[in-house]
Write a protein that binds this ligand. Structure first.
Ligand SMILES: C[S@@+](CC[C@H](N)C(=O)[O-])C[C@H]1O[C@@H](n2cnc3c(N)ncnc32)[C@H](O)[C@@H]1O
Length: 336
């Protein structure tokens, strides 16, 4: 159980908003890009981002203190890691994730309203709206964040005897690609919303998987007649169940059961929370994230998800311990 906080710890906690605000301000002002590979004075940088010298200098020094910039003789430089990750042309850029986190920070500021209403208070679900910059950042962030996790799943599950994978809500396809990379016998199908598929296709082409991964445009939560194909011997559902409520997830799991071959394997990658919903901390925060961003989403426990699976006809439900926090479970389709 987490130790109850002392007064000073509470005050320290309340101040932790400052670091992210400093980084986000720099990101919004394209400050890391403005410095690029150069070593520049605060005046040079303030001209480049069209900012006041006072404001720019104070922000630059805070970034130095955080370890996100270097300062030498009144000149500022990106760190080697910052050049790769915080600059938009870096080879490990997290620019989409930064944009996505910025969206999340905006929604979290409306947390009191969401606590009162019990759901998101966003006027319009921009995430899935057409031509949406928000959707592009969201999918870009999924691509940046998903690949290492996809690799862990691919390396920890023996899928050598499986051939046809359905990746439900596969987004930019990073998980599907990593599983196919380790399993050359396999072909993949990504089922996702049309708007997401539009953003995802270039990622799959760039990854060299256009021949082995196809797409199904589907609204699998809301369309009662949705077609997800059939004869899959393996189905992956990664980071999807948390977006919806129990009723919707039970229906989706039953639909997936019906698309699968007898003995097929269902892989669930999720933000699994403890049975009493109070740990790990990041999963409780993830539930808050779902409160401010969705109508019914949540973090679910192993036994909650297991109950849905068993009721849909799945068996041999197993927890796979290969992530720092609980994230992976599998189940087998049992023929009734
Ligand atoms: C949080 S992302 C997960 C992406 C990827 N599986 C991963 O783990 O990174 C959720 C995905 O579900 C898709 N999605 C959300 N609602 C959907 C719906 N009603 N029908 C189809 N796809 C949906 C989104 O477009 C998005 O790609």
């Amino acid at each position: 159980m987490t130790k109850p906080m002392e007064k000073q710890e509470i005050l320290d906690l309340m101040r932790t908003f400052q670091g992210p605000e400093v980084v986000m301000a720099a990101h919004k002002l394209s400050l890391f890009d403005a410095i690029g590979k150069k070593s520049l004075s605060a005046i040079d940088i303030s001209h480049k981002i069209e900012a006041s010298v006072r404001g720019c200098t104070i922000l630059l020094d805070a970034l130095v203190a955080l370890g996100l910039l270097l300062k030498n003789k009144e000149r500022y430089q990106n760190t080697p890691v910052g050049l790769k990750t915080l600059c938009s042309d870096g080879d490990d850029t997290i620019i989409n994730s930064m944009n996505h986190i910025n969206e999340l920070m905006e929604s979290w500021r409306r947390l009191p309203e969401s606590v009162l209403s019990g759901h998101t208070n966003k006027k319009l679900d921009l995430q899935f709206s057409e031509n949406s910059e928000v959707n592009r950042s969201f999918i870009g962030a999924m691509a940046e964040l998903g690949r290492p996790n996809g690799r862990i799943i691919a390396e920890n599950l023996n899928l050598a005897s499986y051939n046809k994978l359905l990746d439900v809500g596969g987004g930019p396809g990073a998980y599907c690609e990593e599983i196919l990379r380790v399993n050359p016998q396999m072909f993949g199908v990504i089922a996702d919303l049309p708007i997401t598929i539009e953003s995802a296709r270039p990622y799959v082409e760039k990854g060299g998987f256009a021949e082995r991964i196809s797409f199904i445009a589907a609204d699998f939560y809301n369309d009662p007649n949705v077609e997800l194909g059939s004869n899959y011997d393996v189905v992956l559902i990664s980071n999807v169940l948390h977006m919806e409520g129990e009723v919707q997830n039970r229906k989706l799991i039953k639909k997936l059961y019906n698309t699968m071959e007898p003995d097929g394997l269902l892989i669930i990658h999720e933000t699994i929370i403890s049975e009493d919903h109070t740990s790990p901390l990041d999963r409780t925060f993830f539930a808050v994230n779902m409160l401010v961003n969705t109508q019914r989403g949540n973090s679910y426990s192993f036994n909650e998800i297991k109950g849905w699976l068993v009721d849909a006809g799945f068996g041999v439900v197993e927890f796979i311990d290969c992530f720092e926090n609980p994230s992976l479970m599998t189940a087998k389709k049992i023929m009734s």
